[in-house]
Design a protein around this ligand. Structure first.
Ligand code: 4HQ
Length: 246
């Protein structure tokens, strides 16, 4: 998969692209991340990419022409799926991440200042995506969030296929708790079943704990989750015991 990024801060991406999971995927040829400087597509000698807003008001707006030249030039005839990162977009979730990961070519547009001239969105963008309801100073961090989440869904990028499959959200549920050495932390012991060596028992404990965590922390997820008959019965049991102790 190839991901092109358009930004006025290309240097922000260097350590991210070189490190960890994304870095290894790039080295192994599973992923190609190209970061392009929007200023290379400015046509004045100051390489400017912003101007005052029509209608007045504070702040500056990114002008359309550099974006239009850049998107046309970088897309070539490969027709990448063009994504604008913005708080006006649809919220990124696991389903959207998997949908994007199925594409061969993505282009991510990262704005700064008060935003980009609306006509860029109208003519050069396939989809507007937000990473959450808060305001950042630019689309660069959202683009990195998207790249990391999408990369994990590209086949072969995450070492243990199992860990992607069984990860949080895979089955529409939160993850179960995890434990490692030492055996006692602040007086708290590791759940006995995890030391039993009984793999079937460990699997059903994890399944039940994933359900418990989801019921306690994100009950909204249970509406959409497609649960097995065994999981439904376990959930009923958890709800009853919660009512008794609550
Ligand atoms: N931005 N999710 C870029 C965001 C944002 C978000 C604010 C994007 C500023 C110029 N992007 N503009 N939240 O806060 O994607």
């Amino acid at each position: 998969m190839r991901i092109q990024v358009l930004t006025i801060f290309p240097e922000l991406f260097a350590p991210f692209v070189a490190t960890s999971l994304v870095g290894r995927a790039t080295e192994r040829g599973l992923l190609r991340i190209e970061v392009h400087d929007l200023r290379d597509y400015s046509e004045d000698r100051h390489r400017s990419v912003d101007d005052e807003p029509y209608g007045g008001g504070g702040g500056m707006v990114m002008t359309a022409p550099p974006w239009i030249r850049a998107v046309r030039d970088l897309a070539g005839d490969r027709q990448p799926w063009r994504v604008l990162l913005s708080p006006q977009g649809r919220r990124l979730d696991d389903a959207k991440v998997r949908e994007l990961a199925a594409r061969e070519e993505l282009m991510l547009l990262c704005g700064r200042y008060e935003g980009i001239d609306e006509r860029v969105r109208e003519t050069m963008v396939d989809e507007e995506i937000s990473i959450g309801d808060y305001v950042l100073s630019g689309g660069e961090l959202p683009a990195m969030v998207l790249i990391e989440a999408v990369s994990r869904q590209v086949p072969g990028v995450v070492g243990l296929e199992k860990s992607v499959r069984e990860d949080s959200f895979r089955r529409g549920l939160l993850d179960h708790p995890h434990y490692t050495r030492p055996p006692v932390v602040e007086g708290l012991e590791v759940p006995e079943v995890l030391l039993s060596g009984n793999h079937a028992a460990i699997e059903s404990w994890r399944e039940a704990e994933a359900l418990r965590a989801t019921l306690e922390k994100r009950p909204d997820l249970l509406v959409e989750a497609d649960l097995t008959e065994v999981q439904r019965r376990e959930l009923e049991r958890l709800r009853k015991s919660a009512r008794k102790s609550g």
